[in-house]
Design a protein around this ligand. Structure first.
Ligand code: UPG
Ligand code: 3PG
Length: 239
């Protein structure tokens, strides 16, 4: 509590954000992620877009108190996240909307550290804040990340350390401008370009986050091939 010129100013707790999570077959890791979010952001509205999972993703999300929007078939991350965004657009389009947090399902306990991302936006450091993983684990030869950097630089003149990071906080007003998201794994490149072109300030915040990384395996290279295809498609649609 602080006293300002004879009046008493009570420090209010931060307003709960809206959290959007696209999840495909994440029943193993989603409960820990949702528990961490619940503890870090009490009262937050959490919407999980179940992208055609064949496991218990939808059930574990509901059990944890999240709203679930479901597609019976997998349509890719961008389409799933767009469905989650659609469910909250009436709130974010209203005056004085809450902050919006986008988060992957596989962060586990480290999801609580996303408070740092929301703080950056709440302090007015940027309109869209992107989390940079403080420690890089896994990955391939830097091709997908390098291509994403190139695409964003070319389309919007911005230099990002973590152009593919899906951990993002934004002012509520930004959501309508960046949705529907570009398909699949092009959504981060597309949203960055769209936000920057609309005049929103994009900032990066290093955070100690963890997730299920892919390595230099066939599966990992196939995954990065899809990332590359989708992010180049997002750039091509905006060139
Ligand atoms: O078809 C899919 C594939 C993934 N996901 C979900 O999307 C998130 C990210 O997927 P993941 O396989 O963990 O991707 P990463 O290798 O971690 O991808 C990195 O790069 C992607 C863009 O290429 C970003 O979307 C991610 O946030 C970023 O962590 C997870 O919650 C998934 O469950 C879907 O909803 N549908
Ligand atoms: O999500 C990532 O960071 C990418 O899978 C890394 O792929 P890259 O090593 O080809 O850039």
């Amino acid at each position: 509590m602080t006293t300002v010129a004879g009046t008493i100013a009570v420090r209010m707790p931060p307003r709960p954000p809206i959290v959007l999570i696209a999840a495909r077959d994440e029943a193993d890791r989603l409960p820990a992620t949702l528990a961490a979010l619940r503890e870090a952001f009490p009262g937050a509205r959490v919407v999980v877009a179940d992208d055609g999972s064949t496991d218990a993703t939808a059930r574990v999300a509901r059990d944890a108190g999240a709203e679930v929007v479901r597609s019976s078939r997998s349509a890719g991350k961008g389409a799933a996240a767009s469905r989650a965004a659609q469910a909250v657009l009436d709130v974010t389009a209203a005056p004085d909307p809450p902050l919006v947090l986008l988060c992957d399902a596989d962060l586990g306990q480290s999801a609580a550290r996303l408070a740092g991302l929301l703080d950056a936006v709440a302090r007015g450091e940027g309109d869209l804040a992107v989390a940079v993983f403080a420690r890089r684990v896994g990955g391939g030869f830097g091709l997908a990340v390098g291509a994403a950097r190139w695409a964003i630089r070319r389309a919007a003149g911005l230099e990002l350390a973590a152009p593919l990071s899906g951990q993002r906080a934004m002012r509520g007003e930004v959501l309508a401008c960046v949705t529907p998201f570009a398909p699949g794994f092009g959504m981060e490149v597309g949203m960055t370009i769209d936000a920057a072109r609309a005049g929103f300030r994009v900032v990066e915040v290093p955070l100690e986050l963890e997730h299920r990384a892919t390595g230099r395996t066939w599966r990992g290279f196939a995954h990065r091939g899809r990332q590359l295809r989708d992010l180049l498609a997002a750039w091509w649609a905006r060139r």
